[in-house]
Design a protein. Structure first.
Length: 145
């Protein structure tokens, strides 16, 4: 029930149906081998599922660089260049990743997959998928490390 409430809340925040948004996370996750639930969590922490288009907002009063899209991607020297890196990985122009909800999720998923592979964490992502499928407890997961 809790998950249903959260998914319904997605519709209120981003203006797309909860089913479509869930589908976008799932498709991007499947494409790049990243659990959809992890992408959902990152989007919630970074933007509360709000697809941010900074050019439509007032500049931050604290000078903080803007984040882009539902995944909160950046292109600055403070938080890094996840926007540009992700766009490059999926072969889509940066301007599209800034504005298109699904491409923003794909860019984040591609970058997360790349970084996890570079750091030898790919097995960790696969374990997260196994936990989801087997309802394995977090204690069991930690014991496998």
């Amino acid at each position: 029930m809790r998950r249903l409430i959260i998914i319904f809340t997605l519709f209120l925040y981003v203006g797309v149906s909860a089913d479509d948004l869930k589908k976008y996370f799932q498709l991007a996750g499947d494409e790049f081998g990243v659990p959809a639930e992890l992408l959902e969590a990152i989007a919630f922490v970074n933007t509360r599922w709000v697809h941010i288009e900074p050019e439509k907002l007032e500049p931050a009063c604290n000078g903080k660089p803007p984040a882009y899209g539902i995944m909160g991607l950046h292109d600055d020297d403070w938080f890094g260049h996840s926007l540009v890196e992700g766009a490059k990985l999926i072969g889509v122009p940066v301007e599209v990743v800034k504005k298109d909800l699904y491409q923003n999720i794909r860019a984040a998923a591609a970058l997360l997959a790349k970084l996890s592979k570079e750091r030898g964490l790919k097995k960790g992502l696969q374990r997260l998928k196994i936990i989801k499928m087997s309802s394995q407890s977090s204690v069991e997961f930690l014991n496998q490390r």
